[in-house]
Ligand binder design. Sequence first.
Ligand code: H2B
Length: 97
Amino acid sequence: MPRPSLLSESQVREMLSSVPHWEHVGASLQRTFTFPTFLHAMGFVNAVAIAAEAADHHPDIAIFGWNKVRLTLSTHDRGGLTELDFALASKIDTLQP
Ligand code: H2B
C-alpha cells in the first residue's frame, strides 16, 4: 500500500491537537500507558496488534515495568510522521479500558 507524504512541521503541530495524550518525540508520536495488571497490559498490546494489522501500519511497542506499554508511531517508509500515524494514534485511544 503506498504511504502518504510526510507532514510538514506546521501540519504536525495542528494535528497534535487531535491526539492530546500523545507526545511529539523526534520524528514520531509517543504515548505510555499504565495498566493495573500485567494481563491488562498484554490484552492492550494484542488489541493494538489487531488494529495495526488492519491498518497495515505498525507501532514500535515497548513493554516495561510489568504494567507499562510505550508505543512509538512513525511511518518508516517515509522516515517521519504521516496521516497514518495520527489515524492509528486516534484508533489506539479508543482501545483503552
Ligand atoms: N508500519 C509503519 N509504522 N511504517 C511503515 O512505513 C509501514 C508499516 N509500512 N507497516 C508497511 C508495513 C509496509 O512495509 C508494508 C509492505 O505495507
